[in-house]
Write a protein that binds this ligand. Structure first.
Ligand code: CIR
Length: 255
């Protein structure tokens, strides 16, 4: 059961980060405001939010990519881009403090693995094979999880940054997914709610019990979430979208 979230205040250099989008330059004031509202939305779900101070690394608020929390261990991932690898010491230190009894395991070269490519559904972990996560990263994670009796499945990522740019969980056995991922997740026996390409940014949501933190401005996804009996918590995330980020990227959920 997750009861806390770790987040990091965006760097003053946020606009210099990596992006594949051409949505314009993020506005520093809006970045700060949207991040604060995101923290408040997490708090409304009942999570205690641990907030790390900003640093000089432009993408360091996208903490999800840097670590995975297993049931009793932490996996430190291995980001593909050197600029992102530089963010990791701060997260290592924060997790050592927040989870002092969780030993740390590391993904090693030549493996690459980013948290945005990892979707957990109970004892099954789906790992995207993307530009950021390679076969060796997947195999190392699969071996680590096998020690805990958990299974790992590799999923081909369509033309998006990470697996979770295209599919996220909204319950124990239900996901929101973009059209190219719908069939593969149905084949895994999951209930799949299809999200249109027009609302693709809102496929990436944070589910905390029945509360779903999602970007505002996507009525189709909001209605689909409500129709599942869940409670949307909308927050404007347009400045993070400009840098290829969504709702899950901005936090790591902790027990
Ligand atoms: C990057 O390209 O690494 C960042 N600008 C965005 C990372 C988004 N993270 C995520 O989807 N988990």
């Amino acid at each position: 059961m997750k009861s806390r979230a770790l987040v990091k205040i965006p760097s003053s250099r946020f606009a210099c980060g990596l992006t594949t989008k051409s949505l314009g330059r993020p506005d520093p004031h809006q970045v700060a405001v949207q991040h604060r509202r995101y923290v408040e939305a997490l708090q409304r779900t009942g999570l205690e939010v641990l907030v790390l101070e900003p640093d000089e690394h432009p993408d360091s608020c996208f903490v999800e990519d840097l670590a995975l929390i297993l049931d009793s261990r932490v996996v430190l991932t291995r980001p593909r881009h050197p600029a992102r690898a530089a963010e990791q010491q701060a997260i290592r230190d924060a997790l050592a403090e927040a989870l002092p009894n969780f030993p740390l395991v590391e993904i090693e070269a030549p493996g690459y693995l980013e948290g945005g490519d990892v979707l957990r559904m109970g004892d099954r972990w789906f790992v995207g094979c993307s530009h950021r996560t390679n076969d060796q990263g997947f195999e190392q994670l699969a071996a680590i999880l096998l020690e805990d009796g958990q299974r790992c499945f590799q999923v081909k990522v369509p033309d998006v940054l990470h697996l979770k740019t295209g599919v996220t969980a909204v319950g124990r056995d239900t996901v929101l997914a973009l059209p190219p991922l719908v069939e593969s997740f149905r084949k895994f026996g999951l209930r799949v709610v299809e999200v249109s390409e027009a609302e693709s940014h809102a496929v990436n949501v944070v589910a905390v019990g029945s509360r779903i933190v999602m970007p505002s401005g996507y009525p189709g996804v909001r209605q689909a979430v409500a129709a599942l009996g869940l409670e949307p918590q909308e927050v404007e995330l347009s400045e993070f979208q400009k840098q290829d980020g969504g709702a899950t990227c901005l936090s790591i959920l902790l027990p």
